[in-house]
Ligand binder design. Structure first.
Ligand code: ANZ
Length: 937
């Protein structure tokens, strides 16, 4: 019977939509299971076959869990704010909302074609006002919270105010920007402005001066990856490091919890390692050094306080505010020039450039509190202002960067030899270092020496032991248009949150998506974007009078805001009263399985864990960690194709002749190849682009053969394969099976269209099991043991595979089972009916069709997954090979229930054996039960 995949798939996709088959109920007594995909950014290019890989895996798992009797939440949505739509708007004037809508429609159409069991009714879009209303609400909550280190959680800012009113800062243990000290009286007599200023020091969403990459020509702050060699990637304009008032998120308050939480998660070790590295916990000490002739002190953070005897100079970050006060007149010019140079480098450049040591002397000296010696104070860009205290004590004999610096500036190098490790440790250049021996730490191992020196530092009152985290607070403002407006207005320059009743603060219309002439972000172009405090509404910008009408914040939120909590919104996507009802978030709880790309290892997965912990602290949800199990799917690689242009001509030479010329390899679109071969359709190539219209070709055997290479699948490499084309030709079921069949989920693997026909052949064979010629025909006869064995072997294998996320091996088992059933001509209902259920998570359309042909009126989705009966797997008969003097002579089938003795007897009675023995008595008989019988005569 003809397997008409197109008609079948269309029919079932319509059925699922009409019957809302995958709509998830919140009211059920079934246990819950939450399967989530990292939601896509809908780009203009649409999906290629690499995108659905993870979605197919999670869909199989979701369907499997439904068959197992779980209430499965398997939603989809769009991360729809972001740069590409805005960039396009700048070029074309097209409103990003329009492009975004078009892209989403295209994505939805493509996703629906693949037959995912998403509950479409729960779809969210981060750029919808009904969604970002709650992103803004969370921002407001963060603004009104602080981190209490004693209770180890975020608390309401009103609790902090109460503390100030009662005790000032006494007994306060908070996460903050600057250490402040004041009494309750001082707090009470402070002005409202001063109070607000103080509170900003503690808020979890706060405004502070931070160093950013500023590009004056583009009028915007750029992210590190938008800069190449100190210039903007777009336009090549110079970029400077600049201090700007920016919104930040106090994620650093959560560093320890983010670290500890990892232990409770079922994530891969490399993923945990990268989070751990990013958080970067290090234990050491903060030590204060006096500066000769100044009242100022230099405070350093060191992980090796035990090396303080070998500290011979100090290095400050060029941005350290102390630099200005301690630099002598004689050194001022040199120091200023150096600071100016540093401002052109990004932090990343500063960290990665370890070869070129540079710096300047301030002219001042610090005093080593242990040796009493003078230490010249330098500035250098290898010391970063944002880490530790922005200053280091340099120990050139023990630290590589300090060593390079000492060599360059001809500074003293002293090796400290007191601990066992020190003796073993290789010095960078032992010849150039003087050894100092401190009796104080003599003979101690590294850890003991470290604790001893820390207590001594504390005794001397010059510092204390401390833990530092590399993770910084996250900058939250973007000078962009296409993002969530920050719900803040300014009164006398001080930020205030909008009342939640004013939410959503809608993104205003603007004429231009570029910064204003005054250098304000694009929202500065909006005509109606001011807050009327008296009337509690958004009004015309011209009305700003700083009395009752105030300016609103003009920057927008970063891309990660909306994606940091979307998994909670899916639980209750339409709720207008709250971001998600508490009972529902209790019911759905953690995401049980989260699948997505490894590129989100440190960004999204840290920010969303942080927001989730915060919402837990404030009592809105009940679980600390959002994602219990996480799998990173591998990448699908494309097979790029190349033509070889002879330099300076428009002549193209076929691959195997190219060595004879000087050529340049140029990507060609893989759709220009003939069928599934490497041969270029030269006419199609000429028509591809005007540049190639009069291309000439040097052929081999009358053909132009392209070069092929495996690369990341990407539109820019012209190697993308569109899933729509595959669905048309082989069906969504073919695509789904094939993507899984390609290899283990977590590995990267090349896409090779040739393998598709094999999978399609399997589907046809599977289909035909249920047909006799043109007629659907299954028999109600009881299956044989052999038939049951095929079925139950498959159940055992597939259950194991799915539960271990080994989807590729299930596909091979399907093929084996279908081949065997075909061989034994099985058409029994009791085999074929459960078979359809087993295959349905992978190939849902064909299985629904067969299920309905089998006479069922409900969707196959609600059928229980077949249960394994081990009895069918017990072997009845064993086919024993009989080996005589090491040679296999014949085989004999015997009951598996027989003992070794019984097997021996039956073998000896066998007619063939009697002939071989020819009256002799065997010297030895060895029966390996269920395997083989060895006889020596
Ligand atoms: C003396 C010393 C001796 C150091 C030694 C290391 C080795 P992690 O592990 O990353 O925390 N450091 C401190 N603040 C810095 C800053 N703002 N910019 C650049 N470097 C900074 O590294 C901490 C170590 O890095 C500190 O310990 C300090 O150098 C340096 F044999 O102090 B150490």
């Amino acid at each position: 019977m003809f397997y008409d995949h197109q008609q079948i798939e269309k029919k079932w996709q319509k059925y699922w939509e009409d019957n809302q088959t995958y709509k998830t109920s919140n009211n059920t007594d079934k246990p819950k299971f939450y399967v989530l995909d990292m939601f896509p950014y809908p780009s203009g290019a649409g999906l290629h076959v690499g995108h659905p890989l993870g979605y197919i895996a999670s869909d199989i798992y979701a369907r499997y869990k439904r068959h197992q009797g779980f209430n499965v939440l398997h939603p989809v949505g769009y991360d729809s704010f972001g740069l590409p739509a805005e960039q396009y708007a700048i070029q074309t004037g097209q409103h990003p909302a329009i492009t975004t809508e078009q892209n989403i429609n295209r994505y939805e159409e493509q996703l629906r074609k693949i037959g995912f069991s998403f509950d479409w009714s729960r779809e969210v879009r981060t750029s919808d006002a009904s969604y970002y209303k709650w992103t803004q609400w969370i921002f407001i909550e963060l603004f009104h919270s602080w981190y209490n280190k004693d209770t180890d959680k975020a608390e309401s800012i009103s609790a902090l105010i109460q503390h100030f009113e009662e005790k000032g800062t006494e007994g306060l243990n908070a996460n903050q920007n600057d250490e402040l000290n004041f009494t309750a009286e001082e707090w009470k007599s402070a002005s409202e402005m001063d109070k607000e200023d103080i509170l900003l020091n503690y808020r979890l969403a706060y405004r502070a001066e931070t160093t950013v990459n500023w590009c004056p020509a583009l009028g915007t702050v750029l992210a590190n990856d938008e800069i190449k060699d100190g210039k903007s990637e777009r336009g090549g304009f110079p970029v400077f490091q600049k201090k700007m008032m920016q919104w930040s998120m106090r994620i650093s308050a959560y560093s320890e919890r983010l670290l500890q939480g990892l232990k409770t998660l079922d994530w891969s070790q490399p993923l945990k390692d990268s989070q751990e590295y990013w958080i970067g916990k290090s234990q050491g000490a903060q030590v204060r050094f006096n500066v000769e002739g100044h009242d100022e002190i230099v405070e350093v953070f060191t992980t090796r306080p035990d090396t303080i005897f070998g500290a011979t100079f100090m290095v400050l970050a060029p941005e350290n505010p102390l630099v200005e006060t301690i630099t002598t007149d004689a050194q001022k010019a040199e120091v200023d020039t150096y600071i100016e140079e540093t401002s052109k480098k990004t932090e990343r450049d500063r960290m990665s450039d370890v070869k070129n040591v540079s710096g300047a002397f301030t002219g001042s000296y610090a005093i080593n509190p242990f040796s009493g010696e003078k230490m010249p104070i330098y500035i250098s860009d290898y010391v970063l202002m944002g880490y530790g205290t922005g200053a280091v004590m340099a120990v050139p004999a023990h630290d590589e960067r300090d060593h390079r610096f000492a060599k360059k500036f001809n500074l003293e190098i002293k090796k400290v030899v007191e601990t066992e490790e020190d003796v073993q440790e290789k010095s960078f250049d032992s010849k150039d270092s003087v050894c100092v021996n401190s009796d104080f730490l003599n003979g101690l191992n590294y850890n003991d020496a470290k604790s001893k020196i820390i207590s001594e530092i504390e005794n001397k009152g010059i510092g204390h032991g401390t833990t530092n985290y590399r993770q910084r607070d996250a900058i939250f403002s973007r000078q962009r248009y296409w993002g969530e407006p920050v719900p803040i207005y300014y009164k006398d320059g001080m930020p205030y949150t909008l009342p939640t009743s004013a939410l959503p603060l809608e993104l205003p219309e603007v004429e231009k998506y570029l910064p204003t002439e005054d250098g304000d972000p694009p929202l500065g172009n909006a005509k109606t974007f001011a807050w009327d405090e008296a009337n509690q509404k958004i009004v015309d910008t011209n009305l700003i009078d700083e009395k009752t009408v105030f300016p609103l914040e003009l920057s927008t939120m970063p891309g990660w805001a909306g994606s940091s909590w979307y998994f909670l919104r899916y639980m209750d996507p339409k709720n207008e009263e709250v971001f998600t009802n508490k009972e529902l978030s209790d019911y759905w709880g953690q995401v049980d399985l989260y699948i997505g790309g490894s590129e989100h290892a440190t960004g999204h997965l840290l920010y969303s864990r942080f927001w989730n912990m915060f919402l837990k602290d404030r009592g809105y949800i009940n679980h600390d960690e959002p994602f219990q199990k996480l799998i990173n799917q591998g990448m699908i690689l494309g097979m790029s194709a190349f033509v070889y242009r002879i330099d300076g001509t428009n002549q193209y030479v076929s691959k195997n002749l190219a060595k004879e010329y000087t050529t340049q390899a140029i990507h060609v679109d893989v759709s220009l190849l003939k069928g599934t071969t490497d041969e270029l359709d030269t006419e199609a190539f000429k028509a591809w682009r005007p540049d190639y219209a009069d291309a000439e070709f040097i052929l081999e055997d009358g053909k132009y053969i392209t070069g092929r290479e495996v690369e990341k699948m990407s539109k820019s490499k012209y190697n993308v394969v569109n899933p729509d084309d595959i669905c048309n030709e082989y069906g969504a079921d073919g695509l789904r099976l094939y993507e899984m069949f390609l290899g283990p989920l977590e590995q990267s693997k090349p896409w090779n269209t040739q393998g598709l026909s094999g999978v399609y052949g399997f589907l046809k064979k599977f289909w035909n099991l249920y047909f006799n010629g043109e007629n659907f025909e299954v028999s109600d006869e009881e299956p044989t043991k052999a038939e049951y064995k095929v079925l139950h072997t498959l159940i055992k294998k597939v259950v194991y595979d799915i539960e271990n996320f080994s989807f590729n091996t299930s596909v091979s088992s399907f093929m084996i089972a279908v081949n065997e059933l075909q061989k034994i001509k099985c058409n029994k209902r009791n085999i074929l009916q459960p078979l359809a259920v087993i295959i349905s998570p992978y190939a849902p359309h064909i299985c629904e069709e067969l299920w309905s042909l089998l006479g069922n009126s409900e969707s196959i989705e609600f059928e229980k997954f077949p249960v394994l009966n081990e009895e069918y797997l017990v072997e009845d008969e064993i086919l024993y090979p009989i080996s005589v003097n090491g040679k296999m002579k014949f085989k004999i089938s015997l009951s598996a229930q027989l003992s070794a003795k019984e097997v021996e007897e039956l073998v000896l009675q066998d007619e063939k054996m009697v002939q071989i023995l020819d009256g002799k008595t065997p010297k030895k008989i060895i029966v390996v039960l269920h395997k083989i019988v060895n006889i020596v005569i």
